[in-house]
Design a protein around this ligand. Structure first.
Ligand SMILES: [Zn+2]
Length: 306
């Protein structure tokens, strides 16, 4: 990262040096909201496209290939104090970005949000997408900047239990109504997903193979909450991601039955079910998870599930 800042900062002018048929095509496609590269005789895809293969000096094939628009950061240089003429007026990064399907990278501004220092997410391999201008003129500036892909959302997992979440979730709650925790095993990766959603989030394939899981598991991560919550027994309470034994994904739940400051990663827990007479078709049949009298699981065994 940031190894060749001078090279990076000088590069942008290069786009407009020669508007021959090849660069012309590139800019025309940009105006239409597409990024194209050109294929070399050897099969590589150059972005921005060039008339000659820089490796061999041979003409490129003139076969244009649409790439991206998403891509991967290959290197970057942080600009803490943008100057007049820079594409952004707050700290940003110049980044070399290799669009998906391309073999080379193009340089552009990367907006990672309002940060004085490079944020932790900014690293080689970061997935990014272009922010297109509404009015485009056929220049590299038709892409205002690149921005990180949305890879994480604050998922209100517990809300999903209250929604009618389709057949898979119905079936999960049917199990809960009978005191059973049912998951789906993915045919591709073999992992058990619980609560199942009818789809493996990793492979994107439908899942149907039911597996009953025990109601014991391991705390992977947790948070101590100081605001009252109707589901929690008291304040402070602990919400935690628990890896049920045999499951490949964690689920979010409450942990109780011990002081909040004694909850720890790797702690073994078991579901605390409400009395059977109170069971309904709802996740609330499990009040929370309580500690089991078992040794903690070593961090190495859960680190892949964090
Ligand atoms: Zn899978």
């Amino acid at each position: 990262m940031a190894s060749e800042p001078n090279h990076v900062l000088e590069f942008p002018g290069g786009y407009t040096r020669s508007v021959g048929p090849v660069i012309g095509r590139f800019l025309s496609e940009l105006r239409d909201g597409r990024i194209v590269g050109v294929r070399t005789a050897g099969g590589r895809v150059l972005v921005p496209p060039a008339e000659y293969d820089p490796d061999t000096g041979e003409d490129t094939t003139r076969e244009f290939v649409e790439v991206g628009p998403a891509g991967t950061v290959t290197t970057w240089a942080w600009v803490p104090e943008p100057r007049p003429g820079h594409p952004l007026d707050r700290p940003f990064a110049w980044a070399l970005i290799r669009p998906d399907g391309a073999d080379t990278a193009l340089l552009h501004a990367l907006d990672v949000g309002d940060h004085a220092e490079p944020p932790r997410l900014l690293k080689t391999g970061l997935r990014v997408r272009p922010k297109w201008r509404a009015e485009r003129t056929g220049g590299i500036g038709d892409i205002e900047c690149f921005r990180p892909e949305v890879t994480m959302i604050t998922a209100p997992t517990r809300l999903e239990y209250r929604l009618r979440g389709g057949r898979a979730l119905d079936r999960f709650l049917e199990g809960i109504e009978q005191g059973k925790i049912i998951g789906h095993r993915c045919d591709v990766c073999g992992q058990v997903i619980v609560p199942m959603k009818g789809l493996c989030p990793k492979d994107g394939v439908p899942t149907t193979q039911e597996v009953e899981l025990p109601d014991t598991g391991t705390v992977t991560t947790f948070a101590v909450n100081n605001l009252p919550d109707p589901r929690a027994p008291e304040v402070p309470f602990v919400s935690a991601y628990i890896l049920l034994d045999g499951a490949g994904l964690t689920m979010l739940t409450l942990v109780a039955g011990l002081p909040a400051d004694q909850v720890r990663m790797g702690m073994r827990v078991r579901a605390a079910w409400r009395p059977r007479a109170e069971w309904t078709r709802a996740m609330s049949n499990i009040k929370w998870f309580e500690p089991l009298d078992e040794p903690d699981v070593p961090f190495d065994d859960i680190k892949d599930y964090l």
